[in-house]
Design a protein. Sequence first.
Length: 292
Amino acid sequence: MNLLNCQFSLPDGRKLGYTTIGEGLPIIYFHGTASSRLEVQLLKQLTTTRLQFICIDRPGYGLSTYRPRRALEDFNGDVNALADYLGLERFGVLGWSGGGAFALAYLAHNQHRVTKTLTVATPNLPFEASTAHNFPLAPYLMKLPWVGKVAMRQLQRALFRADGDSDAFLETPQGKQLLRGANKGDLEFFHNPTWMSLMYQSMAEGFRQRESAVNAVIGEHQLFLRGWNLPFSRIQGDKLYIWHGSEDLTCRVNNAYSIAKNVPNAKLKVFQGQGHYVMFAQLEQLTQVLGA
């Protein structure tokens, strides 16, 4: 099964875009910030191991109607509505990068539906913007919404002007900044033509709605700058796995240690020498965690 451009109508009339790939044990995938449901295609080789991934565009990205969110858990109702529609009673949860924060928010309030959750390269909240993306101006982009909007519009234009050519995008100032946030291991990801093409497609699709997408990114950044407001004490530690690369330049490894302190018995694994894209270099282990 490979359904890339599905839409579901929510009870309030909004549309929710989602992608389903593979057949088998269902895993709901929370994509990174400034990305889209197409990001899950980076995991499509795992669908041969009896896993099914369902990735949902958060509001404003891809095919999902924009709606401002006041809290991380505001997205939970959308996830549950789609899961009910698809007939999924229980499922695994996977969240990468910014998506990991939303995965944690889902787990904290919906443990009865979750078999296990794996978060990878996820920010601890409130996120320390000064360490983000290996970029000195990151604090201004995240803390001053009007500055962030200018930067996101520039990223949007760079993605669209590349017109499907991921190499052309990497030659833009925005593409070069993406590379500056990568360590040696991450660069292997960017130099893989197939993977880079898929990541580019996911980012471009994320900005499909243009200004709504810009607002979605800025809104998520604002949520990340606030502290957690989740019932972490209720989370069963055996349901949460936390992965991080020791050399992550986009979201430093101390974020993983801080998240692990919130959930007793959570299983933390730090991959030495790996960066922000560690998940895509550990597909066999990812299968072992989610498929067990």
